[in-house]
Design a protein around this ligand. Structure first.
Ligand code: XMP
Length: 525
């Protein structure tokens, strides 16, 4: 796929990725501070030609500097003469780069730790710590530690066990932190990053929702020129915001939103989404009625992976059928791809991760010979949400919980039938509405009902019942990689259970899923 997309702004902080699970979080934190940050492969042979880095941050990573094949610091980093902050493995690269030595294993620290700052910290790096307490909680996650300090660097802080936890260059704006300032558990981490940007790098802030919107609109206009865009909408936040941006940048006449109703959406979702798209000023909104195609293909399919693959393939086929019929009208295919997907699929982290992509349109752009336009490809989800608000999207659209591409199919365990879809839709709607009414919707990251292939005995009035079971799931999370159990009040849960059993025919029992991810996943299939 060709992704030669001009970046939204041409200066900011460059984050070099060495495979840490926190690399993207570093970039997000910087942007929250108001400076544009971009992630590139930590072993890149040269810096991006069209980007002015005010400072460079080296991420953590799973390697050991002495390991064969470990990721190395490219020579241009220190030669550039810019302020540098090395975090965790990034600090170890700096220590080694200046001639110090590391050792494996002895100073291993994981989780919360205590940072004790030195009374005197030399050099311009000292500004990073100014105003933070001499003893503070930090988040550690490292196996190696410093065995020998290089002459140019000084220890700025140690952990309780005496392990070197922070270093500064004696004369240059170069700093290394063994802990993770980007993680919320580091008490003064956000302050330190802010000091680094403003006091050490003295960088101009250039990233707020106004500049973000302008940059995104410019990007769309420059890349689409006088073309027309076909945008695949799922009803989720990302594709809706992308469609809204396209309409604003190009005018509603040059954007067609296509929404595929596969029969697996939630109660009233199809009309709600198509109305929301029309309200955005999109004059061309096509709802493909693909219910029969999907539901007949899914009849009798119970294996989760088979369901997912089938739905992914049908979705592409349906979309392709529409696009082929209207191909002459379009130059570009619009998608709501976000920055984390771009970085993860670039795979310069600890090994390329497989991203969930089947509600994206896969290899379609090549087959249809359409160019790709991805207005959000440099943005994080919270930034896409901010743009959504700025464009006037309704709050209940912008704040929506995520919903999986395969829809309710992965929330009906076993056979998918119209009857079972109806039961799940009703139960889910009761749960979600109750969450909203009790001000709990925004307290959890995602919530939904699942229909189990389990019948059990109950009693209603004087009658014995033998009916189906609904599981309620509500999780807390930041990125879906891990999830906690939503701490919903028991009185609320029993209220929802009573409402579901009373109003939804065929259900006599409701359970609450209290498993974290891992070991479970968020969805049941
Ligand atoms: P799991 O079940 O893997 O889900 O813990 C993590 C998050 O991803 C969502 N999800 C999907 N999203 N296409 C999507 O766009 C999919 O196939 C898909 N499967 C899971 C899920 O709802 C949760 O937010």
């Amino acid at each position: 796929m060709s992704h030669h997309v001009t970046r939204p702004v041409h200066s900011g902080i460059l984050v070099l990725d060495y495979g840490s699970q926190y690399t993207l979080l570093i970039a997000r934190r910087l942007r929250e501070l108001g400076i544009y940050a971009e992630v590139i492969d930590g072993t890149s042979k040269e810096p991006p030609a069209d980007f002015t880095a005010h400072a460079i941050i080296l991420s953590g990573g799973p390697d050991s500097v002495y390991e064969v094949g470990s990721r190395r610091l490219p020579p241009w980093v220190l030669a550039a003469g810019k302020p540098v902050l090395g975090i965790c493995y990034g600090m170890q690269l700096l220590v080694e780069g200046f001639g110090g030595a590391l050792r494996s294993g002895e100073g291993r620290e994981y989780g919360r730790g205590q940072l004790k700052l030195e009374a005197q910290i030399p050099g311009p790096g000292a500004a990073m710590f100014a105003g933070t307490p001499a003893s503070q909680t930090v988040w550690m996650s490292h196996g190696d530690d410093v065995a020998k300090m290089p002459a140019d660097l000084a220890v700025a802080g140690r952990s309780d066990d005496g392990v070197v936890a922070a270093v500064v260059h004696r004369t240059l704006p170069i700093i290394g932190l063994q802990f993770h300032p980007e993680v919320n558990h580091s008490e003064f981490g956000a302050d330190m990053l802010s000091h680094f940007v403003r006091k050490v790098a003295k960088a101009d802030l250039n990233w707020d929702s106004g500049s973000m919107l302008q940059a995104t609109l410019n990007y769309i206009r420059e890349s689409v020129k006088d073309g027309h865009v076909l945008v695949a909408c799922s009803g989720g936040v990302d594709s809706t915001v992308a469609a809204a941006l396209l309409a604003k940048a190009l005018g509603p006449e040059r954007v067609t939103a296509v929404f595929c109703d596969q029969g697996l959406m939630r109660k009233d979702e199809v009309s709600w989404v198509s109305n929301a798209l029309k309200k955005l000023g999109l004059s061309h909104v096509e709802v493909l009625d693909s219910r029969h195609t999907f539901l007949s293909a899914l009849a009798g399919v119970t294996d989760p992976e088979t369901k997912r693959k089938l739905i992914g393939r049908l979705f592409i086929e349906e979309f392709e059928r529409y696009a082929t019929g209207h191909k002459a009208e379009f130059s570009h295919l619009g998608q709501g791809t976000l920055y984390p997907d771009v970085i993860e699929s670039a795979g310069h982290g600890a090994g390329a991760k497989v991203i969930k992509s089947h509600h994206n349109v896969g290899g379609l752009p090549e087959r249809l010979k359409l160019k790709l336009c991805e207005p959000l490809r440099y943005l994080f989800k919270d930034e896409a949400r901010q743009l959504g608000f700025q464009l006037g999207l309704p709050a209940d659209m912008v704040d929506r919980h995520p919903f999986p591409g395969p829809g309710l199919a992965v929330r009906i365990l076993g056979d998918i039938t119209e009857e079972r879809l109806h039961i799940l839709r009703e139960a889910d709607a009761i749960f979600i509405q109750a969450l909203r009414e009790h001000d709990l919707y925004d307290k959890v990251w995602q919530a939904f009902a699942v229909l189990l292939p389990v019948k059990s005995v109950g009693v209603m009035g004087d009658n014995r019942t033998y009916q189906m079971t609904i599981a309620l799931r509500a999780v807390t999370s930041t990125d879906a990689m891990t999830a906690g159990v939503g701490d919903l009040p028991m009185s609320f849960l029993t209220h929802v259970a009573a409402a579901i059993v009373k109003k939804v025919d065929g259900v006599n029992r409701v359970v609450y899923d209290i498993t974290t991810k891992p070991p479970a996943t968020i969805e049941w299939e």
